[in-house]
Design a protein around this ligand. Structure first.
Ligand code: ADP
Ligand code: MG
Length: 334
C-alpha cells in the first residue's frame, strides 16, 4: 500500500477545503478511492460533473492498468510483449516508448524501464530478500533498454528474458489520461493522487506536502506551492525491506541491479505532464541531486531533493515556494 498517497492526499484535501469555503459557489465535491497500479488512487473532484467524472476516472485507470501497462495482468499489452518478446504497439504506446528511450538516454542509463526481472528477483512487494549475486548478475545481463527496438508499430525486446516495467511511469501516464477526462467535463477543481503522483487540476495555487522520507507517512517536512500540474515523489521509503540490519528499497541502479545508494531519501518533480513528473522523479532519485537536477532542468521541470542527512535541495522552483514544516530539515548548499 502506498502511504505517501495518503499523506499528500490529506494535505491537498486540506487545501481544497479552504478553497471550497472561499469560492462562494457551491458544487458537490466527490471523494473516492480505489486500488489500481499497485497503489491507492484517491480522487477529489469539485464541479457539476463530479460523480460521473470520478466513475469515468476509475474505469480509465483500471483499463490502462489491466489492458496496457501492468506487467502482471495477463490481458495487458506489456504482459504480452514480455511473454512473447515482441509484438505490435499502437501509435500512442509507441510514442510513450520513444519518450522512455529519451529519458533512459538523457539519464545516462540511470533510468531503465527494463528492470522488471531484476525487481522480481529482489521480490519487492511479494517475498523480499537480497538475491544471490550470481543470479543477480545473470538476470541483469538480460536487462537493458538498448536491446529493445520499436519501429513501424512493432516492438522487439531483443532479449526474451528482459522484462518491461512501467512501475516508474504508469501512474504518471494515468494522470495524463485523467486530465483529458477532466478537460472534457465541467469539473472546476480536482486533486487525484495515484500513489504519490498527484494531478492538481484547477486555476489556482495548490499546497502540496512533501512527506517525511525518514519518518512515517503521517509527517510532512515541507509544503510547496505549485500551480495546476503534476507532482510526483519517488522515495527510498516505498517498497522496502530490511535484512541483517540493512534496508533495501525498490529503485535500482541499472549498472549493479542493486538499490540506488546516493545519500538521497526522496526526489520530487513538478511538471505539467504526469508522465514526466513520474518518470523524472524516479530518474532524479537514481541520479542524485546534481545530475538529477540537471536532467529536470533539461525538461523544464522543477525538482526538490531531500537527502538522508535532512537537507533540501531545489531546482526550478524558488525557495519562497517551499515552506519548511519540520525544523530538523534545512536547505542545503548546492
Ligand atoms: P513508486 O512506484 O513507488 O511511485 P517510482 O515512480 O519511483 O515509485 O518507481 C519505482 C518503480 O520503478 C520500481 O518499483 C520499479 O518498478 C521501477 N524501477 C526501479 N528502478 C528503476 C530505474 N532505475 N529506472 C526505471 N524504473 C525503475
Ligand atoms: Mg516515478
Amino acid at each position: 500500500m502506498k502511504k505517501t498517497s495518503i499523506v499528500i492526499a490529506a494535505l491537498v484535501a486540506a487545501a481544497l477545503a479552504v478553497v471550497l469555503i472561499c469560492d462562494g459557489v457551491f458544487f458537490k465535491t466527490v471523494r473516492s478511492d480505489f486500488f489500481a497500479m499497485d497503489s491507492y488512487v484517491t480522487v477529489e473532484i469539485k464541479g457539476p460533473d463530479s460523480e460521473k467524472c470520478a466513475a469515468e476516472i476509475e474505469k480509465e485507470v483500471k483499463r490502462l492498468d489491466e489492458k496496457k501497462l501492468s506487467r502482471k495482468s495477463e490481458g495487458s499489452l506489456v504482459y504480452s510483449l514480455n511473454k512473447n518478446g515482441s509484438g505490435a504497439v499502437d501509435a500512442e504506446t509507441g510514442e510513450i516508448f520513444l519518450k522512455l528511450f529519451e529519458i533512459c538516454e538523457k539519464s545516462g542509463g540511470a533510468f531503465d524501464f527494463t528492470l522488471g526481472a531484476v525487481s522480481d528477483l529482489w521480490g519487492f512487494g511479494s517475498d523480499p530478500g537480497v538475491p544471490d549475486p550470481d543470479e543477480l548478475k545473470r538476470v541483469l545481463s538480460h536487462s537493458g533498454y538498448k536491446k529493445i527496438t520499436v519501429s513501424d508499430g512493432f516492438l522487439n525486446m531483443g532479449d526474451k528474458e528482459a522484462i518491461i516495467d512501467f512501475g516508474a511511469t504508469g501512474k504518471g501516464i494515468a494522470l495524463d489520461e485523467i486530465k483529458k477526462i477532466l478537460d472534457k467535463s465541467r469539473v472546476k477543481e480536482a486533486v487525484i493522487n495515484a500513489g504519490g503522483s498527484v494531478l492538481l487540476y484547477g486555476s489556482r495555487t495548490f499546497a502540496v506536502g512533501i512527506r517525511d522520507p525518514l519518518g512515517d507517512a503521517s509527517g510532512y517536512i515541507a509544503k510547496i506551492s505549485v500551480p495546476r500540474g503534476c507532482v510526483s515523489t519517488s522515495g527510498g521509503y516505498e517498497r522496502k525491506f530490511e535484512e541483517n540490519g540493512k534496508t533495501y528499497h525498490h529503485i535500482l541502479d541499472p549498472k549493479t541491479g542493486r538499490p540506488v545508494e546516493n545519500g538521497l531519501a526522496s526526489a520530487t518533480v513538478v511538471s505539467e505532464s504526469g508522465f514526466l513528473s513520474d518518470a523524472l522523479s524516479t530518474a532524479c532519485f537514481a541520479l542524485g541531486t546534481r545530475r538529477g537536477g540537471e536532467l529536470a532542468k533539461e525538461y523544464g521541470c522543477a525538482a526538490i531533493f531531500v537527502s538522508k542527512d535532512k537537507k533540501i535541495f531545489a531546482t526550478g522552483i524558488g525557495a519562497d515556494k517551499i515552506e519548511i514544516a519540520d525544523a530538523s530539515y534545512s536547505f542545503g548548499e548546492s
